[in-house]
Design a protein around this ligand. Structure first.
Ligand SMILES: [Cu+2]
Length: 372
């Protein structure tokens, strides 16, 4: 029998549980709260850690929302962390603790969680972070391995659907003393951009027109049908066709070294900078392996992130693509870098501009005809 007293005690106990920090302060480490920013931008951070390990605090709020994914106005019921596709990139140093508050507002319709590929145990945190609408949770894990690692939502029975609906991002765990090349020489970047590639599977009606839905749940059955055929209708960078092209181009200056982090949580991809290279590329994204040099195209395995450093040497607009060129040109996987600076004629020069072919004096074709 529950008396008024036991009910009150129960309430008091519940209040104590709620009032107590979700995680006991067993770690006597300084804390740093980080404000995340939407990709392709990355929050300010030190490339070389100034002092010892910290508890790095982040907050992700799940946003279920309708988004437009191309210039034709095609709509999708997206599921996101913090409203962006991909989710924001987090940066910490090896040995830091990542403390994430994951919020699932009651206005949402789905349960969500988070699986950090950088974390050890508990399904990458997925087993400890399952939150229904109206709930939040706090997860802490130690960043023990340096590199760029994908994180994504992974609710039981719906994992691929939540991932291709937008719930994926990247965390970068930098070595405390910064990045190095194969010879141990320090490497640094002047700018960093985060490109998150996303394969999308939008259902069509009997007339071949993309369908729209009022909620993620309503789109589930049709979307799974398209997903099972493994042919994406769109392959996009940062949530939609054109998210990083034209006026949305990423920018740099000649002489600047740019770090490009590229993730695909679900499917293989092959980044390529047209007219440039990867000076140093951690194709698997893990900084304890020496970076490869002078790459033309690199391979990012589905479910991972890669990192490339490039120092721009010429001005102009560079296309940065998934070099499955059908996916780049027809399905959307294209970004732009707009680079200002001085042109270097030694590296490239137009010796003769395009013009009419001059008449041949004595042609090899004629000689071939004569010998027949
Ligand atoms: Cu989810």
């Amino acid at each position: 029998m529950i008396t008024r007293r036991t009910a009150l005690m129960g309430a008091a106990l519940a209040a104590m549980v709620i009032a107590a920090p979700a995680l006991a302060d067993d770690l006597k480490l300084p804390r740093e709260r980080v404000e995340l920013v939407a990709p392709p931008f990355v929050h300010p951070h030190d490339q070389i850690a100034k002092d010892g390990p910290k508890i790095m605090e982040f907050k992700l709020t799940v946003r279920e929302k309708e988004v437009v994914i191309d210039d034709n106005g095609t709509k999708m019921q997206a599921m996101t962390f913090n409203g962006s596709m991909p989710a924001p990139m987090m940066v910490v140093h090896e040995g830091d603790y990542v403390e994430l508050t994951l919020v699932n507002p009651e206005t949402n319709t789905m349960p969500h969680n988070i699986d950090f590929h950088a974390a050890t145990g508990g399904l990458g945190g997925g087993a400890l972070t399952h939150v229904n609408p109206g709930e939040q949770t706090v997860l802490r894990f130690k960043a023990t391995r340096p590199g760029v690692f994908v994180y994504h939502c992974a609710p039981e029975g719906m994992i691929p659907w939540h991932v291709v609906s937008g719930m994926h991002g990247t965390i970068m765990v930098l070595p405390r003393d910064g990045l190095k090349n194969a010879e141990g020489k320090p490497l640094h970047y002047d700018r960093i951009y985060y490109v998150g590639e996303n394969d999308l599977y939008i259902p069509k009606d009997e007339n071949g027109k993309y369908k729209t839905y009022d909620s993620p749940g309503e789109s589930f059955g049709d979307t799974i049908e398209v997903m099972r055929k493994l042919i994406p209708t769109h392959v996009v960078f940062n949530g939609r066709v054109g998210a990083l092209t034209g006026k949305n181009a990423m920018t740099a200056k000649v002489g600047e070294t740019v770090m490009i982090v590229h993730s695909e949580a679900n499917r293989d991809t092959r980044p390529h900078l047209i007219g440039g290279h990867g000076d140093y590329v951690w194709e698997t994204g893990k900084f304890n392996n020496p970076p490869a040099k002078d790459l033309e195209t690199w391979f990012v395995r589905g479910g991972s992130a890669g990192a490339a450093l490039y120092t721009f040497r010429q001005p102009g607009v560079y296309a940065y693509v998934n070099h499955n060129l059908i996916e780049a040109a027809e399905l959307g996987a294209t970004a732009h870098f707009k680079v200002d600076g001085e042109w270097n004629n030694d590296l490239m020069k137009q010796v003769v501009p395009p013009g009419p072919i001059p008449p041949a004096k004595s042609s090899a074709i004629d000689a071939t005809v004569l010998t027949r």
